[in-house]
Design a protein around this ligand. Structure first.
Ligand code: ATP
Length: 582
């Protein structure tokens, strides 16, 4: 396929604000895609050449992009800088200058999708002293052969500003529309995606080898799975009613780490499948001590004080993730890993085995090889009273609550199901759970907040049924001054001109931003409101809002699609009514 055709699709995607239209445009694109290029298209639609866990970043700095535009078009960098100041978009600058240049010279060859993909891959792989010069050369060559509209995207991709609002779920929807006439086929696509977290890989296998080959996809140590997630219920009674006899595990408030090892090589992945191996050298060493040929297990890592045996909360643990000074920090705040599930062991996938069998294997596989790795505390309970007792015991020891687990359930990869149900401690007058929201825009600060870039944020939750974000609150409380500064700059860097296609909002903030960052809130309660689109009821003309929301975290390690969902809010609203006895 010619890159020009893909650029025209980018342009069409940019100018639609309808989700349905977006999926139709993508399905049409995938119908026309060549076998060997479909996977590349799946990546390029998101401005990448590999999934996040590969750490292959196309990023090229603005200054270097300006040099490439200058070399390709013959216009001086000064002029490019000036035009950039006026438009705020180097993609548009490149488009305009390439158009002007084209009137003078008609010499160029047509770029194919694979030409562009290969060039960006080389850019991402370039390292070492001469890498900048190499990147500029590849980019210049691409621009030399670009038509104006192609130039717009060739420039936006390495700047990380493609922002078409296409995420993995939308691509899965489009592929399903092309290939999966049958529901079961869609499940095959989803399963392969959940096991590999790699939409480009899934697309390539589908196009090159077919659906049957996708069915054969297995867990590969070194490739992260999409994690199983918890549902929530409001009391021990409800949990026992739903699960019957179940395993009550301690709920640790740390950082989730998916540990992989094969033949002595270790990989650690975050909740959103990013490679964090280099950040936790002490954990890597501990995992290496496990006597297995290959293993993949799920765990929660917590900082702790060796002298007092006290666990530090989430925020302290997160600080460990800073890239620099990792070793010093490891000494000051050593981590302990609580393993709570096992997905693969010695060449065998275990996700379809029942919990009780996996738990036995986990205990044998990881316990007692290192001081740093323990299996999560667990007790099998039969009655609500027993469950409540275990819960109270955990909470009194400073833990976050329990995760109750269905003894017969498989590992529900990539899904939030009732295989795991969380019950968290909560405080009087607060919602029984925290809410993870996506920042959708911001309002300028007034009074003492006028010196910051923003005063309040417009927060939204995720609606998987439409793959869009619905607003739920305006939040101004809970930010520290440092956070306001840091956050203001981050938000400004992802500011967009108009409401993104995947955002559904009745409010118009002073600035919209690309839905990218997730933060955690607590609130007093959920109320009905005519201002917000979360759970919108067209008859009542009301959605749901949060009362007294306040932020309690920095940027979370979550993708926007991992934020709390509209259905979860509805469920929390019902739970709250039940608790209040309304
Ligand atoms: P989620 O990860 O479900 O989207 P979240 O990040 O807001 O939500 P919670 O909903 O509070 O976290 O709880 C789920 C998280 O609890 C898991 O992702 C995991 O990191 C953590 N966790 C701690 N202990 C356990 C355990 N024993 N079993 C499963 N998960 C646990």
């Amino acid at each position: 396929m010619l890159f020009k055709d893909l650029a025209l699709v980018f342009q069409a995607l940019e100018s639609t604000s309808s989700r349905i239209e977006m999926t139709e445009i993508l399905a049409e694109l995938f119908r026309k895609a060549d076998k060997n290029e479909a996977g590349m298209i799946a990546y390029l639609l998101q401005g990448v050449v590999a999934p996040p866990f590969k750490g292959l970043d196309i990023g090229v700095g603005e200054k270097f992009v300006q040099q490439a535009i200058s070399k390709a078009t013959g216009y001086p960098v000064k002029k490019i800088e000036k035009m950039y100041l006026e438009t705020g978009d180097l993609g548009l600058v490149a488009e305009k200058l390439v158009a002007e240049k084209k009137q003078r010279s008609l010499f160029s060859r047509s770029l194919s999708v694979s030409d562009v993909f290969t060039a960006f891959k080389k850019i991402a792989e370039a390292s070492g002293e001469k890498s900048q010069a190499l990147k500029i050369r590849h980019l210049t060559e691409l621009l030399n052969n670009s038509s104006p509209v192609e130039a717009r995207y060739v420039v936006r991709i390495p700047l990380g500003k493609l922002r078409l609002g296409v995420g993995d779920p939308t691509i899965l929807d489009a592929l399903a529309a092309v290939f999966a006439g049958h529901r079961r086929n869609r499940e095959i696509l989803e399963r392969a995606y959940n096991l590999t977290s790699d939409i480009g890989f899934v697309t390539s296998v589908l196009y090159e080898k077919g659906l049957d080959a996708l069915k054969q996809v297995r867990i590969t140590p070194g490739t992260p799975l999409r994690p199983a997630l918890c549902e929530r219920l409001s009391s021990a009674e409800e949990i026992i009613e739903k699960l019957g006899e179940c395993a009550a595990e301690a709920k640790y408030d740390g950082v989730r780490i998916q540990c992989h090892m094969k033949d002595g090589k270790v990989w650690l992945f975050s909740r959103r499948q990013e490679n964090m191996t280099h950040m936790f050298p002490d954990i890597v060493e501990a995992v290496k001590k496990i006597p297995a040929e290959s293993i993949v297990f799920d765990s929660e890592a917590l900082s702790y004080n060796e002298e007092t045996g006290e666990f530090y909360p989430f925020q302290k643990t997160v600080q460990r993730k800073r890239k620099y000074g990792v070793t010093e920090y490891a000494e000051e705040f050593p981590l302990r890993l609580f393993a709570f599930d096992i997905m693969h062991y010695n060449g065998k996938d275990l996700i379809d085995e029942p919990y009780k069998k996996r738990r036995k294997i986990l205990e044998k596989a990881v316990d007692s090889y290192s001081e740093k790795i323990k299996v999560s505390e667990m007790k099998v309970v039969k009655t609500p009273e027993e469950l409540q007792q275990v819960f109270d015991d955990y909470v009194s020891r400073g833990l976050e609550g329990v995760v109750a687990k269905d003894l017969d359930a498989p590992y529900t990869v990539g899904a939030r199901k009732f295989a795991w149900v969380k019950l968290k401690r909560s405080y009087k007058g607060e919602l029984s759970d925290t809410i993870d929201v996506v920042v959708l825009g911001y309002f300028k600060g007034k009074g003492h907040r006028a010196r910051f870039k923003f005063g309040t944020i417009l927060a939204g939750v995720y609606d998987p049924s439409t793959d869009s974000f619905k607003t739920i609150a305006k939040v101004g409380s809970g930010f520290t001054e440092d956070q306001m500064k840091e956050f203001g700059e981050l938000l400004e860097s992802i500011r967009v001109d108009r409401k993104p296609a995947r955002v559904d909002s009745l409010l118009e903030p002073d600035a919209w931003v690309e839905p990218k960052y997730v933060v955690t809130l607590v609130a007093d309660e959920i109320t009905e409101s005519p201002l917000h689109t979360c759970g919108w009821d067209p008859k009542k003309k009301r959605g749901y809002a949060l009362r007294f929301p306040r932020i309690i975290s920095g940027i979370r390690d979550k993708k926007p699609e991992d934020a709390t969902t509209v259905d979860e809010i509805k469920q929390l609203f019902k739970m709250q009514k039940r608790v209040k006895g309304d």
